[in-house]
Design a protein around this ligand. Structure first.
Ligand code: SF4
Ligand code: SF4
Length: 200
């Protein structure tokens, strides 16, 4: 992988790859970026780190594929603020999701995912992205009353007559597991887990 495209390459090849990704809902938004910086001025990750969403789009438009190896892309946590304020209908949030997927497909950034493997497991065991147990203590500390809420969740849901039930039925879980296996998600998770084991 080269850090920059060659001069004879089309400068928008990298952008085109992102535009045509299934995750990109904003069609030509990437190419319409006017570098106004609205995304950066409202981005919480930019406020607390060197991450800069305007810069992400600039680098994509320059064909700078070294961005895939830049730790900063992992600072975006998909709050979608940039998505809602962009005057030309671009979404740095979605672009970032695509960049991370390309990075992962190239074996980059596995270490950024180790902490979140519990989410992946929960898709197989519950067909939902349930909060992994390793986060419970932190949430309990940061959110007053969370443990109490969690303990009584069933009762609260009954009282509010919430439907359908919190956990999907077994046939749904089996079907989701099957889809995740066929589409290659399971194989990807196994690869990341193997890399985590190697680093121990
Ligand atoms: S808000 Fe939109 S147009 Fe402005 S810099 Fe960000 S992505 Fe580009
Ligand atoms: S989705 Fe990412 S880039 Fe957009 S505002 Fe939120 S943290 Fe920033």
């Amino acid at each position: 992988m080269t850090s920059k495209q060659n001069i004879e390459d089309s400068p928008i090849d990298f952008a085109e790859q992102i535009i045509h990704d299934v995750k990109n809902s904003k069609e030509e938004g990437v190419l319409k970026c006017v570098q106004c910086g609205m995304c950066t001025s409202t981005c919480p990750a930019a406020r607390h780190s060197d991450y800069n969403p305007r810069d992400i789009i600039e680098r994509v438009l320059e064909g700078d594929t070294s961005i895939l190896e830049d730790d900063l892309i992992w600072n975006c946590f998909y709050c979608y603020t940039c998505h809602s304020v962009c005057p030309v209908g671009n979404s740095v949030c979605e672009v970032n999701q695509i960049l991370k997927q390309i990075a992962i497909s190239n074996g980059i950034g596995y270490d950024k995912l180790y902490e979140y493997m519990g989410f992946a497991d929960s898709y197989f065991t519950a067909a939902i992205g349930a909060i992994p147990e390793i986060f419970f203590d932190d949430i309990g500390r940061d959110v007053p009353g969370w443990w109490e809420f969690r303990k009584n969740l069933g009762e609260i849901r009954d009282e509010l007559e919430l439907d359908p039930p919190l956990m999907p039925p077994k046939e749904v879980i089996d079907e989701v597991s099957k889809i995740l296996t066929i589409t290659g998600f399971k194989a990807k998770i196994e690869k990341i887990r193997a890399s985590q084991e190697e680093e121990k």
